[in-house]
Design a protein around this ligand. Structure first.
Ligand SMILES: [Zn+2]
Length: 245
């Protein structure tokens, strides 16, 4: 029985070490995924901003075209004015010219406002484009670093888990299932050493009888509070010493 407990404690050590890799193996891809999601979102915002800018540019060309045709209308009216045969015709042309000039002035003011807005928008787009480029480069670098780290962690994890299968063969199936169930509920820790008469997993104080039972290691004792399988480090060490004097 104590041999089985020794094996179980070793399995628990291996699992605790693998758990550290597992946490990183899980957190790193999640972080990269989050960053890549941010890149995508920023890219979409930038595309929408560029789209708006293109729309505004089109509006500006339309305003330019309108001003151009007003310029042509002005030239036509002036030519008409030169051909006026009497005061009535001359007055009519003058009114036409006034209307065109007024409209032109209004359109020019609108175009100036639009130009100013476009200028501001363009510098904002350029700034965001630069920031986007920098952020996306940063994320690419982080991804590369993460890939290196993940490969390293996978290698370490495989190294750590070597020998686990052999130990598993030494522990009864039902005890292993109990162990797995407990560690799935208890932050990955399925066993706990007793320390100063307490469970080192949850710090509950054990009765002297419980401490003695654990030290004897005649059965798989569980902590009354956290349910972890308890063992005494001293008892296991003594057993190991006895095995390899
Ligand atoms: Zn406990």
């Amino acid at each position: 029985m104590i041999e089985q407990l020794v094996a179980l404690a070793k399995i628990a050590d291996i699992d605790a070490e693998a758990l550290r890799s597992d946490t990183e193996l899980r957190d790193i891809p999640a972080r990269i995924e989050g960053l890549q999601g941010d890149v995508k979102k920023l890219g979409e915002l930038l595309a929408a901003e560029k789209h708006e800018l293109a729309d505004a540019d089109r509006l500006l060309s339309a305003a330019d075209e309108e001003l151009n045709s007003q310029g042509q209308a002005l030239a036509r009216s002036k030519a008409k004015g030169a051909r006026a045969r009497n005061m009535r015709e001359a007055d009519a042309v003058e009114r036409e010219l006034e209307t065109i000039r007024r409209l032109t002035k209004e359109r020019e003011a609108e175009r100036e406002t639009l130009k100013e807005a476009i200028g501001k928008r363009r510098s904002s787009v350029e700034k965001h484009e630069k920031e986007f480029g920098e952020f996306s480069n940063f994320v690419d670098q982080e991804k590369q670093k993460a890939d290196v780290r993940l490969a390293e962690l996978t290698r370490v994890r495989e190294e750590v888990l070597k020998g686990r299968a052999e130990l598993v063969g030494l522990v009864p199936g039902d005890v292993l299932r109990r162990y797995d169930m407990i560690r799935s509920k208890r932050q990955g820790m399925g066993v706990a050493a007793i320390h100063d008469g307490s469970c080192s997993g949850c710090f509950v104080v054990l009765t002297p009888q419980q401490v003695i039972a654990v030290s004897r290691a005649e059965e798989f004792a569980q902590c009354p509070r956290c349910q972890r399988i308890l063992y005494s480090k001293e008892a296991l060490a003594k057993f190991e010493q006895g095995k390899n004097p």
